[in-house]
Design a protein around this ligand. Sequence first.
Ligand SMILES: [Zn+2]
Length: 279
Amino acid sequence: MLLAVLAVLLFGLWKRAGNRGGQQYAEPFRIAGDLYFVGANDVSAFLITGPEGHVLIDGGYPGTAPMIIASINALGFDIRDVKVLLNSEHHFDHAGGLAELQRASGAALWASEASADAIARGGDHADLPLPVRALMWARILSYPPPRVDHRFRDGDTVRVGPVALRAHVTAGHTRGCTSWSFAVREGERELQVVSACSLVVLGVGRYAEQGADFERTFRELRAIPADIWVTSHGRLWGRYRKFVARDSVADPVEAFIDPAGYRAYVDSGEARFRRGVVQ
Ligand SMILES: [Zn+2]
C-alpha cells in the first residue's frame, strides 16, 4: 500500500517536472523594433507586436505557457491581442504550451504541413528514441493538443496587419522544422531577423530524407540575411549574455546585432552533421 502511494506521488512529481522542463520565469525584454523575448530561462518564445494584433512564436513546455502570458503582461501587452501562434517544431519543449496559449488568446495556430498532424495529436512518437516514446505513452512527454487552424508551405508569408513573417521549412531536426524571417524597424533602420529552427541531429528514429533535408536547410539558412538571430533555446543564441550586454552599449539594440553569431550557429550545426554527431 505504502509503495503504491509512493509510486503515485513520485509519478505526480515526475509529471510536474516534465511539464515544466526545469524552466524558470525569465525577465522579458525588447530585442529590437516590435520584437520581444517572452520565453523562460532556456526555452524561447517571441512576441512581435502590431497595430492589428500580435504574433507569438513558440509555446515552450506545457508549464511554460503561464510564464509566457505573465511576460506578455509584464511588457504591457495583452495575451488576448495575440492573433497568430507560430511554432518552430512539434517537440514537447516548444509546442507543449500552445494549447493553453491558444485558449488564453483565441489566436489562430499556423503549422507547417509536416508538423501540423504531430502538433494536433499533442506530439509525435515516431521520430523519438524509444525511452522518450515510452514517456510519451505514459503521457509524461505528450502535451495538450492545440487546434491547428492553418497549414503553411515553405516560402509562405503569415500576416497580421503590417506584421509579416516568412516561413522557411528548414527540415532535418524534424520534418516540419520551421525558421521564420521578418523585418523590424528600429528608428531609421530596418533590421532583418531570423528565428532559426534547431539543427540538432536526432539519431534514433531519424527519417529517410533527413540527410537531404539537412543539406537543403544549411543552404537555405545561409541565404537568409540576418542582422539579429534567435533560436528556440536561449543558451544557443546567447539570450542572457546579450540581455546583460545591453547595459554596456550606447544603443541596447547593438547587443543583439550578431550576423557572425548566426553564421557560426549554422556552421556549427553543419559541422556536427558532417561529423555524424547525433543526440
Ligand atoms: Zn526538438
